[in-house]
Design a protein around this ligand. Sequence first.
Ligand SMILES: Nc1ncnc2c1ncn2[C@@H]1O[C@H](COP(=O)(O)OP(=O)(O)O)[C@@H](O)[C@H]1O
Ligand SMILES: [Mg+2]
Length: 364
Amino acid sequence: MVRGRNPFKLRTLSRRTELFGESHKKALEELESLILEGEPIVLLGPRRVGKTSLLNIALNENKNKICYLYYDLSPFMGQRAINVSQLVVTKSNLLAFSEKAGFRINLKIIEGWRERVTTSEYSRELLNLLRELHGRCDHGAIIFDEAQTLAFLRGLDFRGVFQLIMNSYDNISLVLTGSMPGILSNYLNPEAEEAGFSRFFNEISISRWDSKTTEEYLRKHIDIEEGEVREVSLSLSNVPGFVAMYGHLRWRGLSHSEALSRVYEKAVSLWKSDVRKFLTVYSSHTYYYLLLALAVGSPIGLRYSELMESTFEVAQKMGSSFSESSFKRALRRLKDAGFIEETETGRYLIPEPPLREALRRLRL
Ligand SMILES: Nc1ncnc2c1ncn2[C@@H]1O[C@H](COP(=O)(O)OP(=O)(O)O)[C@@H](O)[C@H]1O
Ligand SMILES: [Mg+2]
């Protein structure tokens, strides 16, 4: 049954009206007003929860007010080294502004359209650009989506640029998003004892939906039974990106079980690729053993000592072992990266069922 345009959007959202959920709407308002105030922002949240969509809406709906430059760094998530020539600006309205405002900058270099750019050329143009944004725009914004990857940029340390923006350009908002909050925080504050952003950045966190929001979102456009909603909510953990996929398929006429199993499989394969990329960068086997121990362990999670014991067993089966310090490091990093969550009662668990399944199926 085909009934006009599918209301369940799978692509990055670009309009306010497409955004569902009270907490997402509140986060959007906060994001817009902080950008307009020229504040530094970190936008945090798990994968596929709506970070990029939120930003895209904020920029799109204010494109006549804000001169912006948007770097999508998500393609570099499995890469150990990035150089400035690879930094392509994926979205910007500077060309349009440039004609009006008469920027004196070489957009080709900044926007990444020239094949070979040296680090010093790049920095020079970036500094020029910041000056021009400061002088000729009411509001500027520089956005790095999945900014934790900047830790792997060679030759140029953006932290110096961030410092400069924060110290000298009060109309330019620096926006960093991260689905690996702890890793982003370590990159920004390598010295700090406690990882955190509070000193410099305004933090906006978006979470997965709750089951009520999932239900309202689906009920808005399709008839769905209570038991079906419960299943969707449980197996997809109320992740907006996956719930949207499910709604999309139901709208196209697929049955509940068919739609759910397709989305579940898709989620498993996306997670598999995310984990693979992460393990390429952090290549110690301990990470894998630890994840596997959690994935086959109780879904309500394991305590520290139980987790260490199970991880040892997994390693042993594979004819290997590790030290407690490497276990601790792996646990911390995996938490930083959002693959593991720690509950209030001190249990470690894997937050989404498709991620558990992806880990069980993963072969290194
Ligand atoms: N609040 C929302 N309302 C409706 N759909 C959403 C919402 N948040 C996310 N989505 C859906 O989830 C998908 C993934 O979101 P995205 O912005 O790419 O997440 P992230 O950047 O956090 O990984 C979007 O393309 C959209 O289909
Ligand atoms: Mg994103």
